[in-house]
Design a binder for this molecule. Sequence first.
Ligand SMILES: Nc1ncnc2c1ncn2[C@@H]1O[C@H](COP(=O)(O)OP(=O)(O)O)[C@@H](O)[C@H]1O
Ligand SMILES: [Mg+2]
Length: 267
Amino acid sequence: MTKIIGVISIKGGVGKTTAVTNLANVLSNEFDKKVLVVDANFSAPTLALYLGLKEYDFSLHDVLNDKIPVSDAILKHNLGFDVIPSSLVPKKINPYDLKEKLEHLKEYYDIILLDSSPNLNEEILATMVASDELFVVSTPDHPTLKSTINAVNVAQKKKTPITGIILNRVRNKNFEVNLNDIELATSVPVLAVLPEDVKVLEALSRSIPVSNYYPKRDLSIEYKKLGGCIVGNSFKDNRFITKVKDVLKREIPKQEVNRSCMIEAIK
Ligand SMILES: Nc1ncnc2c1ncn2[C@@H]1O[C@H](COP(=O)(O)OP(=O)(O)O)[C@@H](O)[C@H]1O
Ligand SMILES: [Mg+2]
């Protein structure tokens, strides 16, 4: 069964597009899934640029305006997944048509990832309506926690299940909002805790997802574990450093426990 997963937040710059590109990479290359990523950030799209796709003849806007069939807007990325970019030139569309257009693609893909707009208007609502499930991306600060609580509430009103929270750009400082604070405030499990890592920006400068450019970084391993829990498989981190850390570890991190629960639920 194809899953359409919307990656949302009601705040820009938290890491939605980064998460979508990295999940596309790990789902297709580590888990051998057929993946499509769609830029549903209609008014400020960046997905194609993150993936080095600078020129394209057609966009999601043309599909929504019934100018072309959806198959004509699909680009093949050399990392093994497909991409539907949005237009960099403003064009009037009805974002709510997205759901119906994606229905036709379900038979060709295992997973369709939607990169959402951060604006609380019909753009993000269209992503919520078109998705079977949602991930909310958050960062460990109070203003973003507020916006995450808001995103969870809006999604619940739209009746789209929220599978989990991706906590990004964590520096492990004691002033940060932590995983427990977020779970308590939202009642949604945190399924990944991604460190702040300058290599994300280095990889972006080459238009390559960091999980492909630096596959052994902690952040890349965390994306692989998150990808694994989406498809019901646990990803084994075989790095020597992890084996050493495991011996010294006193308890299993909560995000690991949450992922195991999700994998069990999928099985
Ligand atoms: N874990 C991270 N460590 C360091 N930089 C990050 C991390 N995640 C994202 N970034 C950077 O933060 C910026 C915003 O990320 P982006 O994915 O575009 O956010 P959004 O799509 O939510 O607006 C980008 O420059 C990206 O490279
Ligand atoms: Mg974005």
